[in-house]
Design a protein around this ligand. Structure first.
Ligand code: EPZ
Length: 423
C-alpha cells in the first residue's frame, strides 16, 4: 500500500498535459467486443481501473498488445460470456461489460457489483432498461444470468439520467432488432465519446449529449482506430492544484466545453482562467491570486451541471478561501469521506447530510491522512500542496485508480511530492 509524501507551500509553474478520460475509456473498452475486427486505441491512460478492464477483455478471449500509449486489441476470438467475479468486485464500473457481452454473445453471467466507497451504487436502471430490450435476467446467489437471444428495440425512459445505465443500454441496443430510444439519458461527454466510438465501427447511434438517444441495431461492425476525449476531471484537478497554491500554470489537452462548469466555479473564487489562443492542442491558462474568495453555494448535478467528481477537489480549494462556502452533494450519498481528513489538516468544515459548510482558513497544516476514495484522495493531495509542513497520504491505491502517476505529473510543475513504497 503506497503513500505520498508532500511538502506544501511550493509555487507551481509550467504546463501539464491531461490524459485520456478514464470514464470515456472504460465503456469504450467494453464496446471493443462489439466488433470481430482489430481496434486501435490511442492515448490510453495507465490507470488501475483501465488495467482491470483490460484483464476482463483478456479473460473473455481478446488479444491485446500495447505500445507506449497505444492499445492494439483483437476481439475476433471472444468466446466467453462469463465475466470473472474478481474483476467486477475490483471495479464496479465493469458492470458496463454486461451490455457489450449481451450484444456480442447474446448471453452473459456477471456477479452483482457491490456498492463502493461513495455509495450503494444500485443497478436497477441498468436492469430495467435491458429487460425492456427483451433480455431475460435471472438473479440468483448474487449472480445475474442473462439471456438475450432476441433483443428488440424499445422506448426506454430512465427515472434518473444514470451514466452507467445509459451506457449499458446503448451497448446492448446496438445489436437489438430495430430502433431503441433512451429518454432522460445521461448527457455526460463520455456518453458522446462512446456514441462516436460505436459509430466509428459502423454503429448507428445518434443524440448523445442530449437527453434522448436513438440506437438502430446493426448486424456487424468493422475495424476502427480511435482517440478518447481528454479527462475533464483530471483537467479540473490540475486547475485546482494551481488555485490552491496561488500559482500560474497551463493545462494542455482539454476540451473547454467539457470543463465549463469547473472553470466557472473556479473563476468565482477569483482565479483567472483563459483559453490559450493558438496553442497546438486546446489548453487553458490559470492564474490564481494569493487569496481566494469563498463561493456561496455549489450543488453537484448531472452534466452539464457541476460534476460530483469535482466536489472534493473544489472543497479542498475552498478550505483556504476567504469566507464561508456551502457545497451540496446531490449525486452520491456517501461522498464526504475526505472531510474528516481535511479537518485533520486544519480545515474548518461541518457536514449535515448532503450539505457541507466550509469556513476558510489562511492555510492548512501538514498531517498524516488517508484516502477513502478516488476523488477524495486527490483532494487530500491538493490540500497537501497548500499545507504548511509535511503531509503523508496513505491508501493511495484509491488515487491510482484514476490518476496516471499523479506525483510525477505534479512534480513536473514544481510540487514537492514523492511516492513512498509501502513498508
Ligand atoms: C459514473 O458512475 C462515473 N463512473 C462516476 O465517476 C461519476 O461520479 C458518475 O457517473 C456521475 O457522473 C464511470 O463513468 C466509470 P450514475 P455511475 O449511474 O455510472 C444512482 C469517478 O470518480 N443510480 O450516473 O455509477 C446512483 O446510486 C467515478 O471517476 C441508481 O439509483 O453513475 C447515483 O446516486 C465515481 N440506479 C446516481 O444514480 C442505477 O441503476 C448516479 O449514478 C444507476 C444509478
Amino acid at each position: 500500500m503506497g503513500k505520498f509524501r508532500i511538502r506544501g507551500g511550493r509555487r507551481l509553474e509550467g504546463s501539464i498535459r491531461v490524459i485520456g478520460s478514464k470514464n470515456a475509456f472504460l465503456p469504450i473498452l467494453a464496446a471493443v467486443i462489439l466488433t470481430r475486427k482489430p481496434v486501435v486505441l490511442y492515448d490510453f491512460p495507465r490507470l488501475a481501473d483501465v488495467e482491470n478492464m483490460l484483464l476482463i477483455l483478456l479473460s473473455i478471449g481478446c488479444r491485446i498488445k500495447r505500445e507506449n500509449s497505444t492499445l492494439y486489441i483483437d476481439p475476433s476470438d471472444c468466446s466467453s460470456w462469463v465475466i470473472p467475479d474478481k474483476y467486477v468486485k475490483e471495479i464496479r464500473s465493469s458492470i458496463v461489460m454486461l451490455g457489450a457481452v449481451l450484444a456480442r454473445m447474446k448471453k452473459a453471467v456477471i456477479t452483482y457489483p457491490g456498492g463502493c466507497e461513495i455509495g450503494q451504487r444500485p443497478i436497477n436502471l441498468h436492469l430495467q432498461g435491458l429487460k425492456q430490450l427483451g433480455v431475460v435476467i435471472n438473479e440468483s446467489h448474487g449472480y445475474l444470468e442473462c439471456e438475450a437471444a432476441n433483443m428488440e428495440g424499445a422506448d426506454i425512459h430512465l427515472d434518473y439520467p444514470s451514466v452507467g445505465a445509459t451506457e449499458n443500454i446503448m451497448l446492448a441496443a446496438t445489436r437489438a432488432k430495430g430502433r431503441t430510444v433512451i429518454r432522460n439519458a445521461a448527457k455526460e461527454p463520455e456518453i458522446t465519446d462512446l456514441q462516436n466510438f460505436i459509430n466509428s465501427m459502423g454503429g448507428r447511434v445518434a443524440g448523445a449529449g442530449s437527453n434522448t438517444i436513438t440506437i438502430d441495431g446493426v448486424e456487424t461492425f468493422h475495424e476502427t482506430e480511435y482517440t478518447v476525449i481528454p479527462d475533464r476531471i483530471v483537467a479540473g484537478t490540475y486547475l485546482v492544484s494551481a488555485a490552491i497554491t496561488g500559482s500560474e500554470i497551463v493545462v494542455e489537452n482539454v476540451c473547454l466545453e467539457h470543463i465549463q462548469a469547473i472553470v466557472t466555479k473556479l473563476r468565482e473564487t477569483g482565479r483567472m482562467i483563459t483559453p490559450c489562443k493558438g496553442a497546438p492542442v486546446e489548453s487553458v491558462r490559470i492564474k490564481a491570486p494569493q487569496h481566494l474568495w469563498a463561493i456561496d453555494h455549489t450543488k453537484t448535478h448531472p452534466y452539464p451541471g457541476f460534476p460530483t467528481d469535482m466536489q472534493a477537489l473544489l472543497m479542498s480549494a475552498l478550505t483556504v478561501s476567504k469566507g464561508t462556502s456551502i457545497i451540496t452533494e446531490n449525486i452520491f450519498e456517501n461522498r464526504f469521506k475526505h472531510v474528516p481528513e481535511l479537518i485533520r489538516m486544519g480545515a474548518r468544515i461541518r457536514t449535515e447530510g448532503k450539505i457541507a459548510v466550509i469556513q476558510g482558513v489562511p492555510r492548512l497544516k501538514g498531517a498524516a491522512v488517508a484516502a477513502g476514495d478516488l476523488r477524495g484522495g486527490a483532494a487530500l493531495v491538493m490540500a497537501g500542496l497548500n499545507a504548511e509542513g509535511e503531509t503523508i497520504i496513505d491508501n493511495i491505491r484509491h488515487i491510482e485508480r484514476g490518476y496516471d502517476k499523479l506525483e510525477e505529473c505534479l512534480r513536473s510543475i514544481g510540487a514537492d511530492i514523492e511516492k513512498l513504497e509501502s513498508d
